[in-house]
Design a protein around this ligand. Structure first.
Ligand SMILES: [Zn+2]
Length: 276
């Protein structure tokens, strides 16, 4: 039997934007523009002897240059969960956007898993073209290349068992090497969609996200995620959806236990501290 993990979403920032910035073709939908609340998280998986992250949040300084706001340092969030940076064994990188890889330099003992197609994309001939160069930071690409040279990276062709109880596989649409991560958790299977679905609305209503590598593949990805979400004993967690914090138990401030659905979902989202 594979290992079982606890799974927590650690929310390091919140923001409020416009739906037209987040959904492709919103202006064609006939719907008025309105607010879109966004949560920014990474994920902590723990078993008896392994500490694994899925992504690690954006770097404060580089994000500030993009006008992004950092509510909580990722290491402070980890320490709320009793985890020190040096204890992180492995970081699965769902994709190479700045808000998912910005802090890979903080974990001195970690190995990393990344899709080979993502690595090829960020090191390829068009990585310096806008908007790729906006979402994939030069310094982060260099860090990834250096760590890969040091032998700290595992590259995934299509699917891999990261560790017993943690599987990752590529899913098309958002970026060339976006991955889903499925975890054998104490409550059943938890599938971290990361940015294969920023918001549940994407796969619930086939509403495409604004930024994509291939639109048809993104729809196929939504289909796959719907099927996973409908599978008995599986819960899918979208990457940036504030609904997650309204659905799961908050065990420490901004730390949500994804194996513990709360009986009465929080109706109103308190946006104190959110960036606008
Ligand atoms: Zn993201």
């Amino acid at each position: 039997m594979s290992d079982q993990y606890s799974v927590h979403a650690l929310r390091y920032a919140r923001s409020v934007g416009k739906r037209s910035s987040y959904f492709y073709g919103h202006h064609l939908s006939g719907q008025p523009d309105s607010e879109q609340h966004v949560d920014w998280s990474f994920w902590l998986l723990k078993s008896g002897n392994k500490t694994v992250l899925v992504d690690c949040g954006y770097d404060t300084d580089r994000a500030a240059r993009k006008g992004r706001y950092v509510g909580t340092n990722p290491l402070a969030l980890l320490s709320r969960m009793g985890v020190a940076a040096g204890e992180v064994d492995h970081v699965v990188i769902s994709h190479a956007h700045y808000d998912h890889v910005g802090n890979i330099g903080l974990f001195p003992n970690a190995e990393f898993t990344l899709a080979r197609t993502e690595f090829d994309w960020i090191t390829g001939p068009y990585a310096n073209r806008f908007p790729t160069c906006w979402v994939v930071e030069e310094e982060e690409r260099t860090m990834i290349q250096n760590f890969a040279r040091d032998g700290r990276f595992h590259f995934v062709d299509t699917r891999t068992e990261v560790l017993p109880g943690i599987e990752a596989w590529t899913i098309g649409g958002h970026t060339p090497g976006q991955m889903l991560v499925e975890i054998s958790a104490t409550s059943g299977k938890v599938v971290l969609a990361s940015d294969a679905a920023h918001f549940a609305e994407e796969y619930e209503t086939d509403r495409p996200f604004a930024m994509f590598h291939n639109l048809e593949d993104m729809f196929a990805g939504y289909e796959q995620i719907r099927n996973l979400n409908g599978r008995k004993g599986t819960v899918v967690i979208p990457g940036h959806d504030p609904r997650v914090s309204q659905t799961f138990a908050e065990v420490e401030k901004d730390c949500f236990d994804l194996t513990a659905v709360i009986a009465h979902p929080v109706e109103h989202d308190n946006l104190e501290g959110a960036a606008r």
